[in-house]
Design a protein around this ligand. Structure first.
Ligand code: 13P
Length: 252
């Protein structure tokens, strides 16, 4: 059975004290939750990774980074390399988020390099894909997502691909309060699974964890997660409040 995952992408929010308070609350509550079938991942900004890692030790959640360098080491001021994350015990890392693609011009090729860096260091990539509003209005959303996935991921072996989590995040739904309908999410997730099946076979496709992201919150998570091909969520705004995030974790 494939893994169900709820991951919180804090983006560039919180100061150290606020972050501590949030993750401490998540850690406390997680101890009492009966959700052994769901992997919970907290993805804070880099400076808070160690603190979140410490607080996760006794608890039942994993820690992820929000981005990684495409390079292994060297003169890349301001960047953080996969071996550094691995040396801190980081389990997951988001790559190819639409905000990185938009504000840092990340290409599918660069994202492919980041994925390779992570896999070489035993960190599971949470690979983001998704179309912009004009692309959906033009009916090209499937083509767009297929290009993102095939150019960044389909150079991997089946074995390597088995460690990748895909997050479908329609850009028009991110931070807008305009969630994809459960039907829109299911339709795209089924399409993504069919792409994986074509590339790697149905066994790999059946085991792939596909998350939905984009204005997923405590109210709509249940309806989204009820779809057969939606295996959890990548949560932005609603992951900044412990109660909301934990409600989403329990929405299966
Ligand atoms: P929101 O949940 O705030 O729409 O953000 C989604 C997202 O971008 C998660 O990576």
């Amino acid at each position: 059975m494939r893994k169900k995952i709820v991951a919180g992408n804090w983006k560039m929010n919180k100061t150290f004290d606020d972050a501590y308070e949030l993750v401490e609350k998540i850690a406390d509550e997680m101890e009492h939750l009966a959700t052994p079938s769901v992997d919970v991942v907290v993805c804070p900004p880099y400076p808070f990774l160690e603190m979140c890692g410490d607080l996760s030790q006794e608890s039942f959640f994993a820690v992820g980074a929000q981005d990684v360098s495409a390079h292994e080491s060297g003169a890349y001021t301001g960047e953080v390399a996969a071996p550094m994350l691995a040396s801190m015990g980081i389990d997951y890392c988001i790559v190819g988020h639409s905000e990185r693609r938009a504000y840092h011009n990340e290409s599918n090729e660069e994202i492919a390099d980041k994925v390779k860096q992570l896999l070489a260091n035993d960190i599971r990539p949470i690979f983001c894909c998704g179309e912009k509003l004009p692309e959906r209005e033009a009916g090209t959303q499937f083509k767009v997502v297929e290009k993102q996935i095939s150019e960044s991921l389909f150079g991997l072996t089946a074995d390597e691909f088995g460690d990748v989590v895909i997050a479908y995040e329609p850009v028009w739904a991110i931070g807008t309060g305009k969630t994809a309908t459960p039907q829109q999410a299911q339709e795209m997730h089924a399409f993504i699974r069919s792409l994986i099946a074509k590339q790697y076979g149905s066994h790999v496709a059946d085991n792939a964890t596909l998350l939905y992201g984009g204005s997923c919150n405590a109210k709509n998570a249940k309806e989204l997660f009820a779809n057969p091909d939606v295996d959890g969520g990548l949560i932005g705004g609603a992951s900044l409040k412990a109660d909301d995030f934990l409600t989403i974790v329990q929405s299966f």
